[in-house]
Design a protein around this ligand. Structure first.
Ligand code: CMX
Length: 469
């Protein structure tokens, strides 16, 4: 699509902006899509009937595990080496993506550019994108969010408040209003999706911060105004009331590594599935966040803290010397078997796709080792790591006895004084929007249809295989 045609597409929908960085982003997306389109056409023409995987009866009854049935551009998960964001591993992202002045961790807004375009942005592009997000964050929709959050019960789970907050932002969806006015069409869906996605990514940190303020102070007022010289993650931390520079660096890492985990996980798949109905990005993202709120998915990071605190208080009750590895590991071994024998899962361990220690776990572990090696909770997590793969292997159920991202994130947050563990999944969600909304933009760019896989009943299968039991 030529630039002039592109501009007229959005203007026809009544949306104008004057931002050179958004123009640059859109031009890059158009170019990338134009380069990919003939390859997708060739793939479908030459290999359209090839099998990517087989859907067996067993897989149909097991959460479709092992069925490859989706194309999702922003990231790809390998069961052994973990996630790659547009081809880059986490250490490569840490090395190549622009950082805050004096910092060592990548900036999440740089990750946004990478996931959308497939290119590592320059420091200048990253700074301009941050400025663009700041401009979009200053918006009346946040007043509606605040009024809405103020009306909710103080003890409502933060993830419930989060999805309600996102739904309040939806009232201002450019995609939805252009569609309702008959101004959206196949040519501009992606641009409208991008406009909404940028607005959403700009405003959602304030939604998260209001919720954090509400659960910690009883008021939804933000702790600090946006500072133009600060990046997206540091401003978010400030809005919640955290001004410690080391915590800002921790947030940059946290918000970068939680962005995406390819397309089949519940939050990404739900978001893209709902968006395939041409529901706008807010509706789609809010749906994905309801999935993230499940204890087998994002809520596991909250559950990990409950598990660790349970282990710690049992150790204290039994006078276990927690400074010595051997007695500590012996005690953890016993408590964990009690938990498994009571048919509960060990949160933070296992994964539907990964078969090795999650590199997102490893980079958080490295951050702790660099910044607070003697932290008591960090020691506890390390000791759990020493014994858990052995226990879960002996238990014999889980296909992956190694830790996932959620096994470590709480330790970081606890160390810097963010003690409210039931808030942690909101942080995960603030990050996850960057990946899943990039996926939505690409789905609309590629003109994907509504998703509609086929289901069967057990009765129909019994008939199909002529089985009488
Ligand atoms: N503790 C105890 N049992 C476990 C286990 C764990 N950590 N992980 C898996 N299992 C059990 C499963 O419950 C299942 O048991 P049943 O056969 O009795 O149903 C069996 O092992 C086989 O499961 P699997 O094929 O290895 O794992 P799944 O793909 O079905 O599930 C996951 C993956 C993550 C839901 C699971 O490992 C789990 O429940 N882990 C704990 C929760 C957690 O950490 N979730 C966060 C994942 C990362 C994220 O999405 O944020």
């Amino acid at each position: 699509m030529r630039a002039a045609t592109r501009v007229s597409c959005l203007a026809a929908a009544g949306i104008r902006h004057n931002s050179s960085i958004v123009d640059q982003l859109k031009t890059t997306l158009v170019q990338k899509n134009e380069a990919l389109a003939p390859q997708i056409k060739a793939l479908n023409a030459k290999f359209g009937d090839e099998n990517l995987s087989t859907a067996t009866v067993n897989k149909a009854y097991s959460g479709m595990r092992g069925i490859t049935g989706l194309v999702y551009e922003p990231s790809l998960l390998d069961s052994e080496e973990g996630i790659r964001f547009r081809g880059l591993t986490i250490p490569e992202c840490q090395e190549q993506l622009p950082k805050a002045p004096g910092g060592t961790e990548p900036l999440p807004e740089a990750m946004l550019w990478l996931l959308l375009t497939g290119d590592v942005p320059t420091a200048e592009q990253t700074a301009q994108l941050n400025a663009e997000l700041q401009k979009r964050a200053d918006h009346e929709s946040l007043k509606l969010v605040q009024t809405t959050l103020d009306a909710l019960p103080a003890n409502m789970h933060p993830m419930t408040q989060f999805t309600i907050g996102i739904m309040a932002l939806q009232h201002y969806s450019k995609f939805a209003s252009a569609y309702a006015e008959g101004k959206a069409n196949k040519k501009n869906y992606w641009e409208l999706a991008l406009e909404d996605s940028l607005d959403c990514i700009a405003r959602v940190p304030a939604v998260g911060a209001m919720i954090y303020r509400k659960i910690t102070t009883g008021k939804t007022d933000l702790a600090a105004p946006t500072k133009t010289e600060l990046d997206w993650a540091a401003n978010f931390a400030n809005q919640m009331g955290f001004s410690d520079k080391e915590f800002h660096e921790c947030m940059r890492l946290y918000l970068t590594i939680h962005v995406d985990h390819e397309g089949g996980n519940v939050s990404a798949h739900t978001t893209t599935l709902v968006a395939s109905t041409l529901a706008d990005p807010y509706l789609s993202f809010a749906a994905g966040m309801n999935g993230l709120a499940g204890p087998l998915h994002g809520l596991a990071n909250q559950e990990v803290l409950t598990y660790l605190f349970e282990m710690r208080s049992k150790c204290k009750a039994d006078n276990v010397d927690m400074t010595k590895d051997e007695p500590l590991q012996k005690a953890l071994n016993k408590y964990t078997w009690d938990l498994l024998n009571s048919k509960r899962v060990v949160p933070g361990y296992g994964h539907a796709v990964l078969r090795k220690t999650d590199p997102r776990y490893t980079c958080q572990r490295d951050f702790c080792a660099r910044n607070f090696p003697d932290d008591e909770l960090f020691r506890l997590v390390n000791n759990v790591y020493e014994i858990m793969p052995g226990i879960l292997t002996e238990h014999g159920k889980t296909k992956n006895p190694f830790p996932n991202v959620d096994a470590h994130s709480g330790v970081l947050l606890q160390h810097y004084g963010m003690k409210e563990q039931n808030f942690y999944t909101v942080l995960f969600g603030v990050s996850r929007q960057i990946g899943v909304l990039s996926g939505v933009v690409w789905d609309r760019l590629q003109g994907r249809p509504i998703e509609r896989p086929k289901s069967v009943t057990t009765e129909s299968l019994l008939k199909k295989f002529k089985l009488e039991v």
